[in-house]
Design a protein around this ligand. Structure first.
Ligand code: ADP
Ligand code: MG
Length: 696
């Protein structure tokens, strides 16, 4: 008995938040800061902005809602546009890095926390907004934590910036029920509005397969698939949500084939393939008696997937078909999928962690925390009782899983954020109001790196270069290389590279072995075109060859390149070019001359940004980093320099992947003379000198 005309607006009236509409609007009116808590799925993210819009808040400025995740910002905006019956990008829009879907008419604006941080930089009074909603604060993302401190600093005691506004700004902080006392206390004991939610009991069972000894293996993918199929063939109707990581598959075969994690398939895609294969072979007539379920619809869900595909996730499956969503952690709190009754929890998550041993941020797959596991399980109990199947055993739970997830601010590099704070005039970055203070040595490390990049001086003040650098939403090293190239007038060499390193990987690594061979050959051919000894140059060449070809998408298909990813890098390149152009117009932009050929110039520019990532071959295929950590690293097999190690001496690289070894990716040979004057900078400054200034 489905109504013929389905209206999402009617559906929204059944959400727990609906009954509190009037009181919520009142609460926002009453105070500057308000904390709203409620179970995931109660309607906070999609409904509150609409309520405030209806109540007239948008007459004084936009209603801005931040999300830590890019996909969440986009999907939620789509949903709300649908509910408000408007075209996305008009009244309701979103903005994420390199993708602005808003217009003059936009009054409800979803955006990533990173985007709002950039807006604060340009306009600390946030004069375009009447309300700022910081959402998903319990996720404790670095940018949200920083925004929380900044908004407190600017609007709590009505700073000079705040006084310039014609209307006072309202700040709503939203979070799942965790840590609400702490957040309210941080905001001067601001009022807390708790939305009572209904949750149904979820029975959790532990598995046998994964224990403390399995931390290093990727066997959990197979186990997850097995458990999901067990659920499918033996449990009553209801959809399945599988939590996996997005770590790219690592091949442990020795010698490794030309595998390439940046290009490789993610464990999500692999799990989906396996599930698909196995579900195909189930004979539903015999195996699944008494069940109404006759098939399995498998849908992946991860950050970089096409938006069209994401839409399908929220649609109910066809009759008698069970939906199985294989997701990253994004489905834990940011997105709610209706109809989920079963959870399969891998127990792992992909995390960006600062590795002090390496002196860099590295992507790692780590066990989730116990609170995270509870959150995942809870997703099965939204509309009725549910079941959660954990693939790990009780010992894993006790020995490997921490109680709570460590906030990002305490585990990732702070370089970019500290530069932003400094540019906002926050000189004392150590006594900034942090919800949880990062370790002082992380702050010092960030200051040191900024000093090495010439973004701040010895007194800790932002330099001219630092002011230019902060304008780019890129890693500071990459920005520096780009600015160097611009000073030589050869930005065309670096812009495409910077753009391509900012999008998802463009090289396809097919699943089928016979295709793999062909893809490898094609990629080798692309590298060979440039002389074959510089991965950055390969990127540049791919970019240009594709742009110059008559049918770019066909060119990509032919060369095993992700057309969608490459296309978005075209867009990113244009945006970076615009930022650069604007800066070159406005300020006394540095200018330098040179007398070297193009290849050398290109590599010299790379050196000026990547001198923190210099390594020298020490023996065999082993390189030693020159950053003072002296880490032993190997060239990743995806590099065109792999197996050519014998011919190399000094190199720079883009990033590090830690598996059984430390692999460096995107590599380029250099000459010692090019970094000779830069390397001493890595050891020159005593961080305590910088810190005393920081504390001043
Ligand atoms: P909260 O922020 O409290 O976790 P949300 O506002 O995100 O809650 O979700 C409220 C409801 O809206 C949920 O039932 C969810 O399934 C639905 N919803 C959210 N986004 C979409 C979407 N893109 N498509 C369909 N339904 C959605
Ligand atoms: Mg939400």
């Amino acid at each position: 008995s489905t109504p013929t005309r389905w209206n999402p607006k009617d559906e929204a009236k059944h959400l727990p938040i609906y009954r509190h509409k009037t009181k919520l609007i009142r609460a926002v009116k009453d105070d500057t800061f308000l904390l709203v808590t409620g179970e995931t799925g109660s309607g906070k993210t999609t409904q509150l902005p609409q309520y405030l819009h209806e109540a007239g808040f948008s007459r004084n400025g936009k209603i801005g809602i931040t999300q830590p995740r890019r996909v969440a910002a986009i999907t939620v905006a789509q949903r709300v546009a649908q509910e408000m019956q408007c075209t996305l990008g008009r009244e309701v829009g979103y903005q994420v890095r390199f993708d602005d879907c808003t217009s003059q008419d936009t009054v409800v604006k979803y955006m990533t926390d990173g985007c709002l941080l950039r807006e604060v930089l340009a306009d600390p009074a946030l004069s375009q907004y009447s309300v700022i909603i910081l959402d998903e604060v319990h996720e404790r993302s670095l940018n949200t934590d920083i925004l929380l401190g900044l908004l407190k600093k600017i609007f709590f005691n009505q700073s000079k910036a705040a006084k310039q506004r014609s209307h006072p700004l309202k700040v709503v902080v939203m979070s799942a029920t965790l840590e609400s006392d702490k957040i309210s206390a941080f905001l001067g004991n601001c009022p807390v509005f708790a939305i009572p939610g209904r949750v149904f009991p979820v029975t959790c069972t532990f598995g046998f397969a994964v224990g403390p000894k399995d931390l290093e293996s990727t066997g959990y993918v197979k186990e997850v698939v097995k458990v999901a199929l067990d659920v499918h063939t033996s449990e009553m109707a209801g959809d399945i949500l599988v939590f996996l990581t997005v770590q790219t598959e690592i091949c442990h075969v020795n010698p490794p084939p030309l595998f390439s994690p940046p290009t490789g398939r993610s464990v999500i895609e692999r799990a989906c393939d396996l599930l698909f294969e196995k579900a195909e072979s189930i004979d539903y007539r015999y195996d699944v008696e008494d069940q109404t379920v006759e098939g399995l619809l498998i849908l992946p869900l991860y950050g970089s997937m096409p938006t069209e595909q994401q839409r399908q996730i929220f649609q109910p499956p066809p009759p008698r078909i069970r939906k199985c969503v294989v997701a990253t952690n994004i489905a834990a709190t940011s997105l709610t999928i209706n109809g989920i009754k079963y959870i399969v929890d891998s127990g792992f998550v992909k995390q960006l962690n600062h590795n002090s041993r390496v002196g860099m941020d590295v992507l790692e797959v780590v066990p989730i925390s116990k609170s995270e596991a509870q959150q995942r399980a809870g997703r099965a109990g939204r509309t009725s009782t549910g079941k959660c199947f954990r693939i790990y055993n009780k010992e894993f739970w006790e020995k490997c899983m921490p109680e709570y997830t460590v906030p990002e601010i305490q585990r990732t590099s702070l370089t970019a954020v500290i530069l932003t704070l400094k540019c906002l005039g926050v000189h004392d970055v150590i006594r900034f109001p942090y919800l949880d203070c990062p370790e002082e040595r992380f702050i010092l490390e960030a200051l040191k790196q900024l000093y090495q990049f010439d973004a701040i001086d010895r007194k800790g003040s932002v330099t001219k270069l630092g002011e230019l650098m902060v304008e780019f939403p890129l890693h500071p090293g990459l920005t520096r290389a780009l600015l160097k190239a611009a000073s030589f007038g050869c930005q065309d060499l670096l812009l495409p590279v910077a753009a391509m390193l900012s999008v998802e990987n463009i090289f396809i690594r097919p699943g089928k072995p016979e295709n793999q061979k062909e893809a490898e050959e094609k990629h080798k051919g692309l590298a060979a075109k440039t002389g074959g000894m510089n991965d950055f140059a390969t990127l540049l060449s791919v970019f240009q060859s594709c742009k110059d070809s008559e049918r770019p998408s066909a060119w990509c298909k032919d060369n095993w390149i992700h057309w969608r990813a490459l296309k978005s890098s075209f867009n990113v390149e244009t945006q970076l070019r615009d930022i650069l152009f604007r800066l070159q117009q406005k300020r006394d932009f540095p200018k330098e001359t040179h007398d070297c050929n193009k290849s050398e110039l290109f590599r010299r520019c790379l050196c000026s940004g990547y001198f923190t990532n210099v390594a020298r071959r020490s023996f065999g295929k082993v390189f030693c980093t020159m950053d003072g950590h002296g880490s032993m690293v190997h060239i990743h097999p995806s590099s065109s320099l792999f197996d050519q190690e014998g011919e190399l001496d000094w190199i720079v690289f883009h990033d590090v992947l830690v598996t059984s070894r430390m692999y460096i990716r995107t590599v380029c040979p250099i000459r010692y003379e090019w970094v000779k004057d830069l390397l001493p900078k890595l050891h020159e400054v005593d961080v305590y000198e910088l810190s005393s200034v920081a504390r001043e």
